[in-house]
Design a protein around this ligand. Structure first.
Ligand SMILES: O=C(O)CCC(=O)C(=O)O
Length: 261
């Protein structure tokens, strides 16, 4: 069981659409699992083009998804009930299921991650969705954790799919015009975690250092959610990849979406 979160953390998450939870995993646990996650991620990213030949999205990070399916120790880490209970407490739900995990390695010299909204990709009929973003190594201030547009989760779908130079420009304009506050939790230590809601606008800075920024993210949704009719090709892709076996209208409770608390 995870410890109960302090009320200001939960209130802050619901008001702003993001929060930080320090030392959610111990440094020792993270150091122990990091090689397995990096090894699984490396297997999934064989043959990726050199950094300077990729587009903006490709330069942002090396991405390996559902690494829990590649390694038993990684599965145990991703399925950790402390993480799932924290996600459930923040959303105010009894139990959560896994949507998918991802290892996101921002390489030395890697570019910024453009502004985007995650839930635009997800064919789910609930807004009780949340991502845990946990660095597997200390993140220095000059790399930083993500930047969030506080309160943007309450705006819902802003109608701009993708993660690109275009979304960066369009959402930067939305943030400016609506006067949203851009907030970051700054430097993090390995095992700290940020949480953000599915509709929270967020971005991340470049990595000007000589060291990679290894992160594991785990995306959860409230147990009981149903699959919605995919709105576009992004959502058709997600339905096939992360909700395999479930059809629109059905509960999202297949074997790829285990209940984690
Ligand atoms: O790690 C990053 O640079 C971006 C991650 C992200 O956008 C997410 O986890 O939703």
């Amino acid at each position: 069981m995870s410890a109960a979160l302090a009320a200001p953390v939960i209130d802050g998450y619901r008001r702003d659409g993001h929060c930080v939870v320090r030392a959610l995993a111990s440094r020792h646990e993270v150091a122990a699992i990091r090689p397995a996650i990096e090894e699984a991620a490396a297997r999934r990213t064989v043959g990726v083009a050199p950094l300077d030949e990729r587009d903006t999205y490709g330069k942002a990070f090396l991405q390996a998804t559902n690494v829990w399916r590649l390694d038993d120790a990684v599965r145990e880490f991703v399925f950790d009930p402390r993480f799932a209970r924290t996600a459930a407490q923040l959303m105010g739900v009894d139990s959560v299921r896994l949507y998918h995990d991802q290892a996101l390695i921002k390489e030395p010299g890697g570019g910024p991650t453009p502004w985007h909204q995650d839930q635009r990709y997800w064919p789910l009929d609930t807004t009780d969705t949340i991502t845990m973003w946990m660095p597997l190594a200390d993140v220095a201030g000059e790399v930083g954790s993500m930047t969030f547009a506080s309160g943007s989760h309450l705006l819902g779908d802003l109608g701009v799919p993708g993660i690109s130079d275009e979304t960066e420009a369009l959402f930067a304009d939305v943030v400016r015009r609506r006067g949203l506050s851009e907030d970051t939790h700054g430097a993090l230590r390995a095992g700290d975690a940020t949480f953000h809601a599915g509709w929270t606008l967020h971005r991340a800075g470049a990595n000007p250092t000589g060291a990679p920024r290894p992160v594991i993210t785990v995306i959860y949704f409230a147990d009981g959610a149903r699959v919605s009719e995919p709105a576009d090709d992004y959502q058709r892709f997600d339905l096939a990849m992360w909700l395999k076996g479930a059809a629109p209208g059905e509960r999202a409770d297949g074997e790829r979406n285990p209940r984690l608390c």
